[in-house]
Design a protein. Structure first.
Length: 357
């Protein structure tokens, strides 16, 4: 037996919907029966083709020119760039309640990983922020890279754990919000240590190599978690590795400016570098947030950013859907199709929030 998977000759169906004309006997005027709400909102293209355009543009990084070629050569439908732009905005409008529902849920999360990367809008420098929870991720485009974005999204009462790098915006947010607990990324700290290893000063080199050895022992302990007979013994081993690193990083630092800066930072924020020992639900690195930003970096390189507020909102929403569907093991296209179909029918759209429908 052999199975064969093949495209149909014409994957597109064209339907014609006519409004029946009726004459009123009293006023002798002609009236037309209105079209269904879904047809009126859809216009020329149905929900599946509309969702497909959103999928190709957002999830597949395709330009309008490439989508036009695909429609013309593969499915036999000529379409203009203007029509494609309208369809993308329809998908964006349908995703607004999905996005807002996840955005509103962020302040109630116990653990979040946050990172940001550059974003261009009509040549202007902006920032794409990523807020990653266990089962969803929310993106936000902002002209600011400061703590005001964290205050806007999470508020001043957020009392969870925040995994992040050592960037000043997160430290300022922690000063403004005494309830938040930070876990600074140890992977970023390793990069700073490797800078000392490659420094021309022999004292910095020796200091950096000592810290690299301590960090390797720490991560070796983390990776051997399953070998420990209990969680208590594992935490004790982590504490011993931390103490050795802390000793070498602070008390054994040479009298150089570079080493002193690193030692001072490590001493002031010891708890925020090793919060993962007492709070096992947070990771010692910020890799979770950095992973979801890879999709953003790829799209940025291919599309050169957005143009205007409407493009920014589209970018936030489609990135949120793509990343969240990946975390939840959902099909991005099938979810977009369901959302657009419900939106055209003026019915509540499905949610991506954990426990939502």
């Amino acid at each position: 037996m052999q199975q064969l998977v093949e495209l149909t000759a014409q994957p597109v169906v064209v339907e014609e919907h006519r409004q029946i004309a009726q004459i009123c006997r009293r006023c002798n005027q002609v009236f037309y029966h209105p079209l269904a709400v879904g047809l009126q909102k859809a216009g020329l293209f149905g929900p599946q083709l509309t969702a497909l355009v959103g999928f190709l543009k957002g999830a597949c990084h395709m330009s309008f020119s490439t989508i036009r070629k695909f429609f013309r050569d593969v499915i036999g439908v000529p379409i203009s760039r203007g029509q494609l732009a309208k369809l993308v905005q329809k998908v964006s409008a349908s995703l607004e309640p999905v996005y807002q529902g996840l955005l509103d849920q962020l302040p109630s999360e116990a653990v979040l990983n946050v990172d940001e990367t550059g974003h261009k809008d009509s040549g202007q420098r902006m920032w794409t922020w990523a807020f990653r929870a266990a089962l969803y991720t929310v993106f936000k485009v902002s002209p600011s890279r400061g703590s005001d974005v964290l205050l806007e999204v999470l508020g001043q009462e957020f009392s969870g754990l925040l995994g992040c790098d050592y960037f000043s915006a997160y430290r300022k947010y922690a000063r403004l919000n005494e309830n938040v607990l930070l876990q600074f990324c140890l992977a970023h700290f390793i990069r700073d240590v490797k800078f000392l290893v490659e420094h021309p000063d022999p004292q910095n080199q020796a200091y950096g190599r000592r810290l690299v050895d301590d960090l390797r022992k720490l991560f070796r302990t983390i990776h051997r978690r399953e070998e420990y007979i209990s969680d208590a013994t594992f935490r004790q081993a982590l504490t011993r590795a931390r103490n050795a690193l802390l000793w070498d990083a602070t008390l054994e630092a040479p009298a150089t400016r570079e080493a002193d800066n690193l030692a001072e930072r490590f001493w002031q924020h010891t708890e925020s570098y090793f919060r993962f020992i007492s709070e096992p639900e947070i990771e010692p690195t910020n890799n979770l947030a950095e992973q979801v930003l890879r999709f953003v970096a790829i799209h940025r390189r291919l599309t050169q950013g957005t143009r205007g507020p409407a493009g920014q909102r589209w970018w936030e929403r489609i990135c949120t859907v793509v990343a969240t569907c990946g975390q939840q093991g959902r099909s991005v296209f099938l979810f977009l199709r369901e959302v657009v179909t419900q939106f055209f029918a003026d019915e509540p759209v499905p949610s991506l929030a954990p426990g939502g429908t």
